[in-house]
Design a protein around this ligand. Structure first.
Ligand code: AMP
Ligand code: ZN
Length: 668
């Protein structure tokens, strides 16, 4: 077997494993073995660039950057759907189409109405060539690079597929994955995403496809648009779903073929309640005339097909009394207003509280204490208040005045321009902030201090034993043993755990400091770049923004943190305690130091290695990557079709310009 054949074989093997895992939910290889094979393929592809294949499984990891999404005209218009909200509407629809078709022998395909972002994907000769959002139905945005990172979307089809066709479906973020993403955001001091649908559609428009690749997106397909139908034996909508499955697409098996309106109503009734058990959100069902010739006869109105009808579930809504509003203070000082409700049953759970988001929301809805409010569960997420029944309002009711002072420490709240939230600025004296910061410091993803839990931190604070994380290192056995429910063994575990945290690597410590917007990934980047906390503390706003993937918001927040002497004093104490405030050079295991002190930037389409690999190679040889062309840049490595960055570098005249090959030679 020559190298080309071997590469092909690896790709086919990986494609098959991928299909088994992500489409059929049936793993055929261990994660580890899969990763190893994928890495092997990456190595080979980097070596034999002449065998480049736009459908290679290596493209799944993302890395391509899209600055501006191109507008593409759909070759078949993406229509909307007519909606119905009652069983009578459905009966009317049935009568209407029976009349047009002059027949009462009509069968239907009933499908779920996936609540995500619709997508149109074009396949030519079995390869994914383009993916476009719905846009206004006539034209949408080219999001191919991002769609290719979704593992259940086939890049190369299997079986007996048509030569040239479009397929449509919905990009979805399953509920569990959505919650996981939000947990990470909240842990990083960021606002959680509102709902899976918006997050899914936002994910398609991310400029960095590696970020899209990291999100647990799914693509469920439901509609084939074949250019030359004569060549296929597809006669019904239901049959086309089976075909699509055979080509390798993920087509969920909830669709059902029925032959009467009774069948339709059964399907609707079933999913009206069963939807709560699905791992993803639906907002209704879609009924489609099954026979494709009948579909053609029925045709389209100006806006939607006559052969399909959506039945929308009512978002479950109940009315209850708003008893009071309380204000929660997060670890970053952000204030969240919470509605305390008279308990009420909604979508199977008792609801007592609902989020009010922020002051604007309360003002917009004019929500007042003792109001009868409508509470809705948008999907299965935290309930929200969607309106007020003003007819039931007491004539003495008064407009809600938003809190002006922190409920925990009485400090006057601040709200910066452009920020939706109010903040308590009393960072060092406000209990939930102080305790929250220490809790964050000891958490798993930070220093991971065993033997110490969140409740104990609160207790230690209450007893006046700690008020910053640096105080943890001064704790004495004799001080903690008298605490409530503290046995000798647990006291010793606590002391040992704190001691062991001196081994935590710098990046974890940096994350643990709890700088706003510095999540685990950003902390890693900053640690790698600055190598120790004091160089980071000295960095200016502009310097920080030059660091790859660090934006204005993060840069500002880092500067603000280190400008505060109280923070610097705490850092000094951590240093005295022996906490790692620099990266351990031994852990780095550099391949060489040939690039020491040199900065790099990669531009254009790289063909010999991915952007991530490139960065890795630079760092492995003691160099740095930066994000913009400036006097600080030493080398610009250009791939195919390099644009403005190359021009700018040439104009500067101080930057050495390298091809990919020259770069590889440089690092040997
Ligand atoms: P609407 O946005 O209410 O006009 O509904 C039309 C949208 O429903 C389409 O653009 C699709 O994105 C979406 N949809 C979800 N599930 C289906 C399905 N099974 N069949 C057709 N469209 C669907
Ligand atoms: Zn406060």
């Amino acid at each position: 077997m020559n190298s080309q054949e071997y590469i092909q074989q690896l790709r086919e093997e990986l494609r098959q494993h991928n299909h088994n895992y992500y489409v059929l939910d049936n793993a055929s290889i261990s994660d580890y073995d899969f990763d190893m094979k994928l890495k092997e393929l990456q190595v080979l592809e980097a070596k034999y660039t002449e065998f480049y294949d736009e459908s290679s499984p290596t493209l799944r990891v993302g890395g391509g950057i899209t600055k501006k999404f191109e507008t593409i005209k759909h070759r078949y218009r993406m229509y909307s759907l007519d909606n119905s909200y009652s069983k009578e509407d459905l009966l009317d629809w049935e009568t209407r189409i029976q009349k047009i078709l002059d027949s009462d022998d009509i069968s239907y395909t009933c499908e779920l109405k996936y609540d995500g972002a619709s997508i149109n994907i074009t396949y030519t000769n079995g390869k994914l060539v383009r993916a476009v959002t719905r846009g206004d139905g006539f034209e949408g945005d080219d999001v191919t690079t991002n769609i290719k990172t979704i593992k259940s979307v086939p890049l190369q089809l299997q079986g007996n597929y048509p030569k040239d066709f479009d397929i449509r479906g919905e990009i979805m973020l399953p509920i569990a994955g959505f919650h996981k993403m939000n947990e990470v955001r909240v842990a990083n001091g960021e606002d959680p995403y509102m709902n899976p649908r918006n997050t899914a559609s936002g994910s398609l428009k991310l400029q960095d496809s590696a970020e899209t690749a990291s999100r647990p997106l799914e693509c469920y397909l439901y509609n084939l648009k074949i250019k030359d139908k004569g060549n296929t034996d597809i006669e019904t909508q239901f049959g086309s779903l089976q075909k699509a499955r055979n080509y390798g697409f993920k087509v969920p098996d909830h669709a059902k073929e029925v032959t009467s309106i009774e069948g339709i109503l059964d399907y609707v009734n079933h999913w009206e309640t069963a939807r709560h058990e699905l791992p993803f959100e639906i907002d209704g069902v879609v009924i489609k005339v099954n026979d494709l010739f009948q579909q053609e006869e029925l045709g389209y109105t100006a806006k939607a097909p006559r052969w399909a009808m959506a039945y929308k579930f009512k978002a479950e809504q109940v009315s209850t009394i708003l008893e009071s509003i309380s204000y929660q203070v997060g670890r970053t000082g952000a204030i969240t207003p919470v509605a305390n409700l008279s308990p009420i049953l909604l979508a199977g759970t008792t609801v007592r509280r609902a989020s009010l988001h922020n002051a604007d929301q309360i003002e917009k809805l004019d929500i007042r204490i003792n109001d009868a409010v409508y509470v809705e569960k948008g999907g299965e997420i935290i309930p929200k208040i969607v309106g007020v029944d003003t007819t039931k309002r007491d004539e003495n009711s008064v407009v809600t005045a938003y809190a002006t002072h922190c409920p925990e420490c009485e400090t006057e709240l601040v709200r910066t321009e452009g920020d939706a939230k109010h903040y308590c600025p009393n960072e060092f004296g406000c209990a939930p902030q102080v305790v929250g910061r220490i809790q964050h410091y000891i958490s798993r993803k930070s220093l991971d201090i065993e033997g110490l839990g969140g409740e104990t931190v609160a207790l230690l604070y209450k007893e006046g034993l700690v008020s910053t994380y640096a105080d943890l290192y001064d704790l004495k056995f004799e001080q903690i043993i008298p605490l409530e429910r503290m046995a000798e063994k647990s006291a010793q575990n606590l002391i040992d755990g704190v001691l062991a945290s001196k081994n935590a690597p710098f990046e974890k410590v940096l994350f643990g400091l709890g700088i706003r917007f510095v999540g685990a990934t950003v902390a890693k980047k900053l640690a790698k770049h600055y190598k120790n906390v004091w160089d980071l503390a000295n960095a200016t706003q502009e310097e920080l923004e030059q660091v790859d993937e660090i934006g204005v918001r993060i840069a500002e927040s880092v500067v603000a943190f280190f400008i505060d002497v109280k923070n610097l004093q705490v850092l000094e104490r951590l240093q005295v305690a022996g906490i790692q405030l620099a990266i351990n050079e031994d852990d780095q295991q550099l391949s060489s130091t040939v690039l020491e002190g040199k900065s790099f930037l990669f531009t254009g389409k790289l063909t010999q290695f991915t952007r991530d690999d490139a960065k890795e190679m630079v760092e492995q040889n003691a160099g740095k990557t930066i994000s913009g062309v400036s006097k600080k840049l030493d080398y610009l490595v250009v791939g195919e079709k390099a644009g403005s960055k190359l021009k700018k570098a040439e104009a500067l005249g101080t930057v050495t310009i390298l091809t990919e090959t020259e770069f590889l030679e440089l690092i040997g």
